[in-house]
Ligand binder design. Structure first.
Ligand code: ADP
Ligand code: MG
Length: 371
């Protein structure tokens, strides 16, 4: 849980009644870029969370402060009931009240204080974590009856409808329903999900490269368009309908679309295999599937970068490591590593050290948490 220092609450919210909402970041174990074509994903939560403290504000103007944006206080103003997109981070906060109101909930003015341990733009979903935490805080402050599954749907609309970024369904659902020590097996076609226990013989490491993907919105959009184009050309509803047995049918597509579709189809198969491996506690198999996912994202989907490939290679050379891959949308961000229990910390530190010394990066080990 992220603590917001008491003096920050007093400074910004005074002595008003204050409630705090929390939500974790997430790391996707496998099933990358599959959540916008009805496919399967398998994320889990990370220990880092975002905390949002809110207090009711009877005046017209609302304000938000974020410890991650210390110089932005002037811009972080909004009016509940007249929320307008500003293209700044405050949109994630005012988007929450806009979407709640659009859904018929009675939300009044409020001020917010935010503190997050989830690094921004690192493929660990700081945005969904902020939105889910804000919605939870408002749910509490205005006594709204919304369960977490519905809340995840509202969180998604904050990003897709209010802000206008084309995110898939994985992030808000992972941040709202994900559970520690479990993988969330989500079918993004019908939104059914199951929590699958991660065996205690396995341990996960997450290392942020420090290279932000924020410049890559264009790349993400382009991949979505390529998927849509492949879907149309193949005459299917969604790429999810195809399996490895259909790979030969891709021959009709132009080269680039063939590669994109091949990644999506094989990645969906890998998620199903990963769930089976988790259930059988076959962590060696799970590691091999994560390796194959990285290869596919690098060679077929073209969303990796050399620094990340190098970090993955270094991770794989560490003792006890069973598999490693890029995680999140790509073009930077973080890697996720599967190791034998007890070995993840050392492996993660070695990757971070090499990323610093050899690649000149400013990496950060997030999992296992380093105090
Ligand atoms: P990711 O979700 O992978 O971290 P995004 O680009 O989707 O990356 O979201 C990052 C954006 O979300 C930031 O640029 C900022 O606008 C907003 N954001 C996330 N966390 C915070 C925070 N703690 N304070 C202010 N804005 C935040
Ligand atoms: Mg995001």
């Amino acid at each position: 849980m992220t603590e917001i220092p008491h003096h920050d609450i007093i400074r910004h919210l005074g002595h008003r009644r204050t409630v705090v909402g929390q939500a974790p970041g997430r790391v996707n174990l496998i099933g990358e870029h599959t959540d916008y074509s009805g496919g399967f994903v398998l994320p889990t939560v990370i220990p880092q969370t975002t905390a949002v403290a809110v207090a009711a504000n009877a005046g017209v103007a609302s304000r938000a402060w974020s410890a991650s944006m210390p110089h932005d206080a002037q811009q972080a103003r909004f009016v509940v009931g007249e929320e307008t997109r500003s293209d700044g981070w405050v949109d994630y906060v005012q988007g929450a009240s806009a979407v709640l109101r659009a859904a018929g909930h009675d939300v009044g003015g409020f001020d917010a204080v935010i503190r997050s341990e989830v690094p921004l733009g690192s493929g660990l979903s700081s945005s969904a974590s902020l939105v889910v935490a804000t919605l939870r805080a408002l749910r509490d402050l205005f006594a709204l009856s919304i369960d977490d599954a519905v809340l995840a749907g509202l969180a998604r609309r904050v990003e897709t409808d209010f802000i206008g970024v084309p995110i898939g369904v994985m992030d808000p659902i992972a941040c709202a329903i994900g559970t520690a020590n479990h993988a969330l097996f989500l079918d993004t076609r019908d939104l059914s999900w199951q929590l699958v226990r991660i065996p205690s013989t396995a341990e996960i490491a997450v290392i942020n490269s420090g290279i932000s993907h924020s410049h890559a919105t264009g790349g993400y959009r382009l991949r979505r368009e390529e998927c849509d184009a492949a879907t149309r050309a193949l005459g299917v509803h969604a790429l999810r309908e195809l399996t490895d047995a259909d790979l030969r049918a891709l021959d009709v597509l132009p080269d680039v679309l063939q590669k994109r579709a091949r990644h999506i189809i094989t990645e969906n198969g890998r998620v199903l295999a990963a769930v089976e491996a988790l259930r059988k506690r076959d962590i060696v198999r799970l590691g091999a599937l994560m390796d194959a996912s990285h290869e596919s994202l690098r060679d077929q989907y073209d969303v990796s970068i050399p620094e990340i490939d190098r970090m993955v290679a270094i991770a794989r050379a560490q003792r006890g490591v069973l598999g490693a891959r890029i995680t999140g949308g790509g073009f930077g961000g973080s890697i996720v590593v599967l190791a034998t229990a007890g070995q993840a910390g050392k492996a993660a530190d070695a990757v971070a050290q090499a990323a610093r010394d050899e690649l000149g990066l400013r990496p950060q080990v997030l999992v296992p948490p380093r105090k």
